[in-house]
Write a protein that binds this ligand. Structure first.
Ligand code: ATP
Length: 329
């Protein structure tokens, strides 16, 4: 549905997008993830036909964005980061106007507007002035706008930016449902957004592709980080026992883990070397044995892994980190 090949965009000397390649297949909901300034908006604006590219090739629904720009744009519903809306128009009136601009025939217009309002969950404010709507509703009017010509492909730039947690949940629900009828590419710098709505993720940083794959593939990049230990008894004895375990470099009490019960401690140990599954299992056994020998009551000992946030931070940290092999899957 979307094929981006070696896309480059320069603003003067500044290279905003630097040789990015990825595909989005029909029916997928793909998250386009990256920190601020990574080049997400630039890429999406090029896809939507709002911005020219410097080099590379972009094909949307079989149409080259440069040589068949009109046909390509017909297939895309684009929701920009800041949705420009006419404050003094009513929602249904505005959407009918937008449908006309998008060349929806007069006969089909009312039906298209009703459907878009239902899908974006703004049908209850059809006759309200846009200027009187809350930010969450306005964002969803922007979504209805992207939907009104019934494009097979939706490109959404940070659809939940600036919303409160309730509004974020509502917009996410709407997006999840859209995946049933549309191919969706949405950008965000929030990892949990991708976890909530997307089947696959494309990660960019500083204009370069740093990873692409399913959420499970991203999960697999989580590295062993150490051990989590919960015990009751003498704190110093517990720390000493865990410090003696093979492979452990550092042990601290997790002060944030509050226990109502007197004498209960949560310790976090980190590996000082690369460990495999066997070494981790042995370390768990050793930690339990050492703690019991030291007279502590053991409540929990388990291996921990780096969080997805840490994976994301690692992926996007390296300025010159090469794109992964097979990353454009
Ligand atoms: P954000 O999440 O902050 O919107 P982004 O990933 O969407 O970030 P872009 O807006 O695409 O990033 O910007 C990529 C880079 O290009 C940034 O360094 C930005 O400052 C630069 N840039 C964007 N638009 C222009 C422009 N019109 N002229 C010059 N530089 C620009």
């Amino acid at each position: 549905m979307i094929s981006v090949q070696k896309l480059v965009k320069r603003y003067g000397k500044k290279v905003a997008v630097d040789g990015v390649s990825f595909d989005v297949d029909r029916g997928e909901v793909v998250g386009f993830l990256g920190p601020n300034g990574a080049g997400k908006s630039t890429t999406l604006r090029i896809l939507a036909g709002f911005l020219g590219l410097s080099s590379g090739k972009v094909v949307v629904a079989g149409h080259d964005i440069q040589s068949e720009s009109f046909e390509a744009r017909q297939k895309i519903g684009y929701m920009p980061e800041a949705v420009p809306l006419y404050q003094e128009m009513r929602v249904a009136e505005y959407l009918a106007f937008r449908a006309e601009l998008k060349r929806v025939s007069r006969r089909d217009r009312a039906g298209h507007v009703d459907d878009a309002m239902a899908k974006a969950k703004v049908d209850d404010v059809a006759n309200v002035l846009i200027g009187h709507l809350s930010k969450g509703y306005r964002q969803r009017v922007g979504l209805a706008d992207a939907l009104v010509a019934r494009p097979p492909l939706l490109v959404l730039d940070e659809p939940t930016a600036g919303l409160d947690p309730n509004q974020i949940r509502e917009v996410r629900d709407v997006i999840k449902n859209l995946g049933k009828d549309h191919t969706v590419l949405l950008s965000t710098h929030i990892l949990s957004e991708v976890e909530a709505s997307c089947s696959r993720v494309v990660v960019i940083a500083k204009g370069k592709l740093v990873a692409a794959g399913t959420m499970e593939e991203l999960e697999r990049k989580r590295r062993p980080s150490g051990l989590l230990v919960v015990v009751r008894g003498a704190r110093e004895a517990a720390l000493t026992a865990v410090r003696g375990v093979e492979g452990i470099a550092k042990v601290d009490e997790d002060a944030a883990a509050a226990h109502r019960e007197e004498g209960v401690h949560t310790l976090r140990a980190t590996w000082g070397k690369k460990v495999d599954d066997v070494a981790i299992a042995r370390a768990v056994e050793d930690a339990v044995a050492a703690l019991v020998r030291a007279g502590l009551y053991v409540r929990e000992v388990r291996a921990t892994r780096s969080s997805l946030e840490e994976v994301f931070a690692e992926l996007t940290a390296g300025e010159r980190r090469a794109a992964e092999p097979g990353a454009s899957a």
